[in-house]
Ligand binder design. Structure first.
Ligand code: GLP
Length: 239
């Protein structure tokens, strides 16, 4: 696990360079997308790099981590809507090559893993982290061998995410998410964490034991993981 610490702006640029390098070497790369406020500076930087002609997403495929159950892609809090507006419409990706798990058809969620496999597997998976250590929507206690599945969201996660909704009652109670194994199947992974609220969990998942109590701790066992932190998120790390 490599850990990089810099300003929020700098880490967005550094992480964007990983995409530029990957896609320029492998124009039909498969990328894994994440939502939340953390990836927004990176997505802005990718749009900038694309507009400048430094990278083209024309042949890239994208598979997102998760979606709220019950929200269709037109709902302004759905993760499909988020991805369309924060990234896809600002780059030259073919929208038909972008995938987000369905929050409506949740009967056979692990077929998403089959789709990823059929596409060739994820080359670069992006992750944020929840304050309880969740990645995607894999809450504490999720089995490490899980594939894409439906989860009941922790009350705390709903509370934290309610800032995007009118009230907590509107926050869905369930989500569909890539499993931990789905995430670990990616050939390389970038996790970005910024801000003071993430400092405690950052310390825990990097320096603590590998345990299902902290889902992100599994990343210690992945051979190609880069962690990008700002000073605040890194402030409790030993070194
Ligand atoms: C949600 C998403 C996660 C994300 C997390 C943190 O729960 N499912 O993928 O990492 O929020 O979001 P933020 O980056 O806004 O702190």
């Amino acid at each position: 696990m490599k850990v990089y610490i810099a300003s929020e702006k700098e880490i967005a640029k550094m992480a964007a360079q990983r995409y530029v390098q990957l896609i320029n070497t492998k124009p039909n790369a498969i990328i894994g997308g994440a939502t939340g406020s953390t990836p927004i500076p990176l997505y802005k930087e990718l749009a900038k790099q694309c507009k400048a002609g430094n990278v083209s997403f024309k042949n890239v495929k994208s598979f997102n981590l998760d979606e709220y159950v019950g929200l269709d892609g037109t709902h302004n809090q759905s993760y499909r809507y988020f991805m369309n507006n924060q990234l896809f419409k600002h780059i030259d990706i073919d929208i038909n090559n972008t995938f987000v798990p369905s929050g409506i058809d949740t009967k056979n969620p692990s077929k998403y893993d089959d789709m990823i496999k059929a596409a060739g597997g994820v080359d670069l998976q992006l992750l944020g982290i929840g304050v309880d250590g969740h990645i995607g929507f894999n809450e504490p206690g999720t089995k490490f061998d899980s594939l894409t599945h439906v989860v009941k969201l922790e009350q705390n996660t709903r509370e934290v995410n309610s800032r995007f909704f009118k009230s907590i009652d509107e926050v869905p109670t369930h989500a569909v998410t890539m499993g931990i194994k789905t995430v670990m199947n990616a050939r390389s992974i970038i996790l970005i964490a910024t801000g003071k609220s993430k400092a405690k969990i950052v310390k825990e998942f990097i320096e603590g034991p590998v345990t299902t109590k902290c889902p992100a701790s599994i990343l210690q066992l992945h051979p190609f993981v880069e962690i990008y932190l700002d000073e605040e998120a890194a402030s409790l790390l030993k070194k």
